[in-house]
Design a protein around this ligand. Structure first.
Ligand SMILES: C[S@@+](CC[C@H](N)C(=O)[O-])C[C@H]1O[C@@H](n2cnc3c(N)ncnc32)[C@H](O)[C@@H]1O
Length: 279
């Protein structure tokens, strides 16, 4: 392999999930989707698993509401922060470090959920199918997987690359500074991938940037019929893709996608072995 001279090596930026305290400052109070996930958990006839549970923005609220819920996340720092919060409440640990593309939990679930674009971190078709198969295998017969994904409509692709997009801000009570998240995106509409350079700015009371923290991440978007084919390939029995949290059909490219996929009652069917819907 050709060696790259040290001075030419690009310094790899950490993942935003390496800084769970900043994630919580910006997103812990975000609750647009919480009523939906509480309803899903309340109606589930059995335990629930959250994929990519992070620091517990959703999982903590489900547990507070008395749901029987577990979580998994591939980021050890995110899970460690969730565990600290659970310990402070005197709860048993309900979350593990694991990869959604290959996990083995001792329970079988009535519902598996993946909120807030978590599934976009599966960046290849192979990763997507592996994750969906793993979910299917962890569902009880008749159980359902529910994914929340933004729909990559034409307006999104038309946004210019390389321009910092303001995403969120919050006050850091420990410094009094405002924390802002700016996302500079490079989009590849063919690969359906967004590469992000994420800057978290600490802004002082004079409106000046006092410090900047840089991260990098990427996401792969899926379209409606592609997702249906992925569910089919992963052996699900049936599925429906809705256009938001209020249960309306997906009709507008500005809609959020809420995708439900059920494992069949018989539990038969593993993977794609033809065009028949087997799972
Ligand atoms: C956008 S955050 C969502 C966190 C939380 N569900 C929420 O709604 O606030 C996505 C999460 O997915 C996790 N993640 C990324 N790739 C993953 C993988 N392959 N397996 C499990 N978790 C993953 C990240 O570490 C991060 O915590």
């Amino acid at each position: 392999m050709k060696k790259i001279p040290t001075h030419k090596r690009k310094k790899l930026k950490p993942s935003p999930y390496d800084a769970p305290e900043l994630y919580d400052l910006l997103f812990e109070t975000l609750d647009f989707d919480i009523p939906y996930w509480l309803k899903v958990a309340g109606e589930a006839e059995g335990p629930l698993l959250e994929l990519g549970c992070g620091t517990g923005r959703v999982l903590m609220r489900l547990l507070e509401a008395g749901a029987e819920a577990d979580g998994l996340d591939s980021s050890a720092p995110m899970i460690e922060r969730f565990r600290a919060k659970a310990r402070a409440k005197g709860w048993e640990n309900r979350a593990v470090v694991a990869d959604m593309r290959e996990f083995a939990m001792p329970s079988r679930y009535a519902r598996i959920i993946c909120p807030f674009n978590g599934f976009a971190h599966c960046e290849t078709t192979d990763d997507q199918v592996r994750a969906l198969r793993c979910c299917r295998d962890h569902l009880k017969p008749g159980g359902a997987l529910i994914l929340h994904m933004s729909y990559p409509g034409p307006k999104y692709w038309a946004e210019p690359d390389g321009v910092p997009v303001f995403e969120a801000e919050a006050k850091d009570p420990s410094t009094g500074r405002t924390i802002q998240m700016w996302d500079t995106r490079t989009k590849d509409p063919v690969a359906q991938i967004q590469q992000s350079e994420v800057e978290i700015r600490e802004v002082n009371e004079n409106g000046q940037t006092a410090a900047s923290h840089w991260f990098a991440t990427s996401q792969r978007w899926v379209y409606r019929y592609e997702l249906e084919l992925l569910f089919r390939a992963a052996g699900f029995g049936r599925w429906t893709i809705l256009g938001g949290f209020d249960g309306k059909p997906l009709t507008d490219p500005e809609d959020q996608m809420i995708a439900w996929a059920w494992r069949s009652q018989s539990g038969i069917g593993r993977g794609y072995r033809g065009i028949r819907n087997r799972g």
